[in-house]
Ligand binder design. Sequence first.
Ligand code: ADP
Length: 235
Amino acid sequence: MAAELERADKLRRNMSADIAHELRTPLSVVRGKLEGVLDGVYPATPKHLQPVLEATEVLTYLVEDLRLLAQAEAGQLNTEKRLMDVGDLLQDTQVNFEAQASDQGVTLALDLPTGLPKVKGDWHRITQVLGNLITNALRHTPGGGRVTLSATTVDGRVKVSVADTGTGISSEDLPYVFDRFWRGEKSRSRAGGGTGLGLAIAKQLVEIHGGTIGAESTRSKGSEFWFTLPAVLDS
Ligand code: ADP
């Protein structure tokens, strides 16, 4: 517990340094390209302006994600909690991601039991969590692989899981995946992927619903990311 608190405290103290680090790359792209164009080194063509636009997109996502994370951590996020059917949620999500999965040659399967109890939650926020887990699963699963969405009831909770047959995560890295700005592939370009805040946000969103989130993974075999939500048993 003390070690966990110390780690949380260290993460908080590192936050400004992490943000400064994340801002540096897109800002230097914007500055470098614009200076080049103004000095006449580069022509103002799409080839040289496109990276400027992409860098500003990265900055926009970063600011939006940081705002969401800060609001969630401060308990200031507005949520509209209603009775929700997790089966409906998973079915909708499967439909939404089907095209992306099949473009990648990945099978997106759904495994739903009957008689799943309802949960109380904000549909939009839980969809966001699930979307993040599926986006990650698809990003790390090569063609020919499989991503399976499923739900079960465990000890009065509904457990939702996104399992993939992708790259997996090493046991040294696994404890850090929910940390802010933690990325497995350090060299992965910020433009090519997410902000490194996706799982930190997912954790906050699940926790404000009274749930828990976790992951199991085996390198080269695949990962399973899951979250639980308290079931509403008399629904
Ligand atoms: P981002 O995807 O923006 O890098 P996330 O917080 O969503 O940030 O994920 C953090 C890291 O966890 C990723 O960079 C990746 O290394 C690892 N990760 C997340 N999901 C998976 C997965 N399904 N398979 C393998 N690695 C994953």
